[in-house]
Design a binder for this molecule. Structure first.
Ligand SMILES: [Zn+2]
Length: 181
């Protein structure tokens, strides 16, 4: 199956979130897909991120790691920490410690400015300490993490054109089913 890194895949609003969102339907083990499982897709992610990521000015060149282990550890720690932060509004000490450790490891192992691991770690730290932290959301349809930059902070979809419409279609379908039965 062909796959491409479209603008929709960079709706997170921060490189670290786009990396976390490289697992599709994380909440559904049967349908979940890890887009980083194929090494070539890591290279094409780096290329696309330099054009499409919200942080492309901060990270204008990115290179994929030769081994993805530290990147995947960092990605999973990123998702766990920020997801629970959004859900509960609280820092969970163990998850915070895991994420800081994974970030430090990524920075230590891949200090090159352009490495995807180091860039992701820097993006994580910016998110943790910066103003966007209060705007973090989980998409009501696909479960991706994103920054809500809307004026009244009311965005519930990562991408209205994709997830907003799918949710509407699903609702319409359910209503139709209810009327027929
Ligand atoms: Zn979504």
């Amino acid at each position: 199956m062909t796959f491409s890194w479209t603008p929709h895949r960079f709706v997170g609003g921060a490189l670290a979130l786009d990396v976390a969102n490289s697992v599709i339907l994380r909440f559904d083990p049967e349908k979940s897909v890890d887009r980083f499982a194929v090494p070539e897709q890591l290279d094409s992610f780096c290329e696309a991120a330099t054009r499409l990521s919200a942080e492309r000015d901060t990270f204008p060149v990115l290179t994929a790691p030769s081994s993805s282990k530290h990147l995947i550890d960092l990605r999973e720690a990123t998702d766990r920490y920020f997801r629970q932060l959004i859900e509960t509004g609280q820092d969970e000490n163990n998850l915070l410690a895991d994420l800081l450790t994974a970030s430090a490891t990524a920075l230590k192992n891949a200090p090159a400015k352009h490495s995807l691991e180091a860039a992701t770690a820097r993006s994580v730290l910016n998110l943790m300490a910066g103003p966007n932290r209060a705007r973090l959301r989980i998409c009501g349809h696909c479960g991706w993490l994103f920054i809500d930059r809307s004026k009244n902070r009311s965005r519930i979809w990562c991408d209205m054109a994709v997830c907003g419409n799918r949710q509407k279609a699903a609702k319409h379908y359910r209503r139709k089913q209810e009327t027929t039965s």
